[in-house]
Design a protein around this ligand. Structure first.
Ligand SMILES: [Zn+2]
Length: 77
């Protein structure tokens, strides 16, 4: 898995997880709520392993998907 996949996975799991948590809250089903929390956690945790620069291996900023690495200035792709 590369940094781009990791970024989108974080986005999808983050947003999806929050939605699932809301559904769990609305329907009153704790199991669904817990599933949503797991999605958000997995989305965040996998970034620690995969979301880094392919050149210098340093962690990339989490808010945006940068075009160049802020550390080694090499283009990301
Ligand atoms: Zn770099």
């Amino acid at each position: 898995m590369n940094y781009k996949t990791s970024y989108w996975l974080m986005r999808i799991l983050g947003i999806g997880g929050i939605l699932v948590m809301l559904i769990g809250g609305i329907t009153g089903r704790t199991v669904i709520g817990v599933l949503g929390i797991i999605c958000v956690l997995v989305g965040t945790l996998q970034m620690n392993f995969f979301y880094h620069c392919p050149h210098c291996k340093r962690d990339l900023p989490k808010r945006t998907l940068p075009k160049t690495c802020p550390y080694c200035k090499k283009p990301l792709d």
